[in-house]
Design a protein around this ligand. Structure first.
Ligand SMILES: [Zn+2]
Length: 64
């Protein structure tokens, strides 16, 4: 009889921090913009579509 230890417990309601945005709910993405004739990159806030801006995703998502 061997007992296996698994890292994740079968919890029904468990949320994990979104690895896509780091739990912020949004992402800062540099967007190229031309301002005054010169190209610049401006950081722009974009809502994270993985967690729906909540910063958390339901269930367990193992970091890859
Ligand atoms: Zn997210």
């Amino acid at each position: 009889m061997s007992k296996r230890r698994e890292g994740s417990e079968p919890t029904a309601r468990q949320s994990t921090m979104c690895h896509n945005c780091g739990g912020q709910g949004h992402l800062l993405e540099p967007v190229c913009a031309v301002i005054g004739g010169s190209g610049r990159s401006l950081p722009q806030l974009r809502p994270c579509r993985w967690c729906g801006e909540s910063g958390r995703v339901p269930g367990l998502t193992p970091p890859t």
